[in-house]
Design a binder for this molecule. Structure first.
Ligand SMILES: Cc1cc2nc3c(=O)[nH]c(=O)nc-3n(C[C@H](O)[C@H](O)[C@H](O)COP(=O)(O)O)c2cc1C
Length: 337
């Protein structure tokens, strides 16, 4: 059997983590793929038309393989009117401060997974990676038929076992230090990335991809030594020249010190790791995902417009202080000299 590196024609055993919300631009994805790694387009918040457009943009920039990433569908939990009232009350001062009308919970408008998947099948990238859960057998079949590798995300051994039983082609193991949303669906032990990799490697025959806190060349080597076929790095690329990271987000990252990240549900209702700010400190009763995500969207958009980092979701992993600025190819070369 060819290794994952051979199947994907990689020269560097590193995947650019998908970073939904505008960070993983087509330019960033193409730069990493061109430099020998695997770029991933974080497409979870994109409409099907936007997925087609972004996929075509990557193709115009590179002939190399790339991945597209989606959030797997999850059971929706609707909040009670009292919960909505409390969540709105918590956000009201932020809205007032930004001169926005009071927050309201509107119809979700979250992208439809089935339609997104259809668009991905049409783009036909080398890989579809997914997080937050499992895909149905018919979806995995559709990917297989088109020769698209399916890569799921696990935060623990039992999730990895379930993905392996589903027949995925590889599994991202997300350790507890990772930036962004937690990708699991069972109890999350926030495992150490290398320890999780070693445990799953001793139980699994599926190629593994270690993620979480891999910021330097020794980190990447250690992940491969622990049994991973590839390393997936997100925070290391947040300040890349080609990344879509906004100016206030970049400034907050540049100023961050080790220990500045927290796990929070304040922005989306799902636990994610990011830099601490006024919202992570002030919002204590968020709605379940995706309702909180919808509720905080106007505040985040206004914050980005006026450069107010204290109301933005500043996703970052615990390795944030080791992040570097520069072209993505240079950052990749630093991770795999
Ligand atoms: C800004 C940001 C956005 C992210 N968005 C996604 C996403 O859309 N899909 C996904 O599977 N993982 C996402 N992640 C998690 C990464 O896949 C990965 O687990 C994480 O970046 C690895 O840890 P590190 O940030 O310490 O490198 C995101 C991470 C960050 C930092």
């Amino acid at each position: 059997m060819p290794s994952l590196m051979q199947s994907l024609n990689l020269r560097v055993p590193i995947i650019l983590a998908p970073m939904a919300g505008g960070v993983s631009t087509p330019e960033l994805v193409a730069a990493v793929s061109d430099a020998g790694g695997l770029g991933s387009l974080g497409a979870a918040y994109l409409t099907p038309a936007q997925i087609l457009e972004a996929g075509a943009a990557v193709r115009r920039l590179t002939g190399q393989p790339f991945a597209v990433n989606l959030f797997a569908p999850q059971p929706a939990v609707d909040p009670t009117p009292l919960e909505v009232e409390r969540a709105i009350a918590e956000l009201a001062p932020f809205h007032a401060d930004l001169a926005l009308p009071p927050p309201t919970l509107t119809a979700q408008g979250e992208p439809d997974f089935r339609a997104q998947l259809e668009a991905v099948l049409e783009v036909c990238p080398a890989v579809l990676s997914f997080t937050f859960g499992r895909l149905e057998p018919r979806d995995l079949d559709a990917l297989r038929t088109r020769g698209i590798l399916a890569i799921g995300t696990a935060t623990g051994l039992e999730e990895a076992r379930q993905l392996e039983a589903d027949g995925v082609d590889a599994i991202v193991l997300q350790g507890g230090t990772a930036g962004g949303h937690r990708g699991g669906w069972l109890e999350d032990e926030l495992a150490d990335t290398l320890a999780l990799t070693r445990v799953v490697a001793s139980h699994s025959r599926v190629p593994l991809i270690a993620a979480g806190g891999l910021m330097t060349a020794p980190d990447v080597r250690a992940a491969l030594q622990a049994g991973a076929s590839l390393a997936q790095c997100g925070t290391a690329f947040l300040r890349a020249a080609e990344a879509g990271t906004s100016a206030p987000y970049r400034a907050a990252l540049a100023a961050a010190r080790a220990g500045d990240t927290v796990l929070t549900r304040a922005f989306s209702g799902r636990t994610a790791r990011g830099l601490q700010n006024a919202v992570t400190q002030g919002v204590t009763q968020p709605l379940p995902y995706p309702h909180q995500n919808a509720l905080t969207r106007p505040m985040r958009a206004a914050g980005a417009r006026v450069g107010r980092a204290e109301v933005l979701s500043l996703w970052a992993g615990e390795g944030v202080a080791q992040g570097q600025e520069g072209p993505a190819a240079q950052i990749l070369a630093g991770l795999w000299p």
